[in-house]
Write a protein that binds this ligand. Sequence first.
Ligand SMILES: [Zn+2]
Length: 116
Amino acid sequence: MSTHAGSCHCGQVAFEVTGTFGGALVCNCSYCRRSGNMLAFTTPENFRLTTPQKDVSTYLFGKQTISHFFCANCGISTHGSGVATDGSRMVAVNLRCVPDIHLEQLEIQAFDGAKL
Ligand SMILES: [Zn+2]
């Protein structure tokens, strides 16, 4: 496991995430198909904002169970959070915001979020 630095485009929202990321989930829900997120899931312990929480904007839609976080300055979707089916808190990181991850090497898993 290693720690990767990530951020939105302008840098107002930045984070560190620890883990090994060989794959990403690409979701077809109405939000992800527009934002283009490539998501990897981790625990809150492995995710740390390195910029102030106040600079993170939150978008909720549908059942409002998932918080979609983005930068209000540059508009980039950086991560999200929600509760897994077992009740544990999960963070979904947009791997597109992590420059040292080679996106073309990720194993893509399609997720049918549109059905939820
Ligand atoms: Zn930004």
